[in-house]
Design a protein around this ligand. Structure first.
Ligand SMILES: C[S@@+](CC[C@H](N)C(=O)[O-])C[C@H]1O[C@@H](n2cnc3c(N)ncnc32)[C@H](O)[C@@H]1O
Length: 270
């Protein structure tokens, strides 16, 4: 059974029971346009609820890793085996430098996996010049996926469509009775929350409003929509005409350590 290979910041493993409680019992197509580590997709795949889907994300390195896993698993396994970087600061920064020097695509995908497993909190953040700049994560035993992990994930991705694009064009072909799961970068709870920069562009209030229009639009086309987001005033106001569920999550999305325990988050459905 495939486990998510990437430890993605904002990953939804913990919230899966709450999300699954609120999703439709049966549906046609599955759409996940903020894929990240794909916690829900892999869970539903493992439960045999779905075997295909439309998966996308704006992060080009992320989608490239999934495409390698799906299309060229052996080449990727070989590139991972050839990496030769260990779990120490010197190796991490050497790997980061190599990643930023634009190596050939299979090597870059392998380096992306290494960096993701060794960097701070599974963050993906780039500088204004586009260089990956997340510091070393100091984990005791970071796990690099092995051949079995890659091959089982390759199998899971065999029938999915993978695209690197913004959420709005990603959802243009959603149809009645499809299920759309939206897990955008959370609207920050405070100005100091640094968590929103998954990509070089940030996901500010204007993006949350654009997402709301897309939510309304796919909803009016008869799709089932579930979204996770922060428990913030903006999100509560935007979605006041939909179902808003408050749930308690225990996650480290704040720079402020005191904000790490038991914060509430929202799950919104149509
Ligand atoms: C909260 S994470 C998703 C986590 C995922 N559900 C998981 O379990 O790992 C949000 C994702 O949205 C992506 N993203 C940010 N802006 C986007 C946009 N405009 N369109 C599509 N994806 C975007 C980021 O690259 C990031 O992977």
């Amino acid at each position: 059974m495939p486990k998510p290979i990437l430890k993605w910041a904002g990953g939804k493993r913990q919230l899966l029971p709450e999300i699954m409680k609120r999703m439709p019992e049966s549906f046609k197509g599955y759409w996940e346009p903020f894929l990240g580590g794909g916690a829900l997709f892999f869970e539903l795949h493992n439960r045999k609820t779905i075997s295909s889907g439309f998966l996308s994300d704006l992060n080009v390195d992320l989608i490239s890793v999934y495409k390698y896993i799906r299309n060229e698993p052996q080449e990727l396994i070989e590139s991972i085996n050839n990496l030769n970087y260990g779990n120490n600061e010197n190796d991490y920064y050497a790997a980061r430098k190599e990643f930023n020097s634009k190596p050939e695509p299979a090597r870059r995908a392998a380096l992306m996996i290494y960096l993701n497993r060794h960097c701070f909190n599974g963050l993906y953040r780039v500088s204004s010049s586009g260089n990956f700049n997340v510091p070393f994560g100091r984990y005791k035993n970071p796990r690099i996926p092995d051949q079995d992990d890659i091959l089982s994930m390759s199998e899971a991705l065999k029938n999915v469509e993978l695209e690197c694009c913004d959420f709005e064009p990603a959802l243009k072909n959603v149809e009645k009775n499809d299920f759309v799961y939206l897990d955008p970068p959370y609207h920050p709870l405070s100005k100091t929350a640094f968590f929103t920069s998954y990509n070089s562009g940030s996901f500010g209030p204007a993006e949350q409003e654009r997402l709301f229009s897309v939510f309304e639009n796919v909803s009016s086309r008869g799709a089932f929509v579930v979204m996770s987001n922060s428990d913030s005033q903006l999100i509560r106001e935007l979605y006041s005409s939909f179902n808003i569920f408050e749930i308690t999550a225990n996650r480290s999305i704040n720079s402020d350590k005191s904000g790490r325990k038991g914060i509430t988050e929202l799950i919104i459905t149509n």
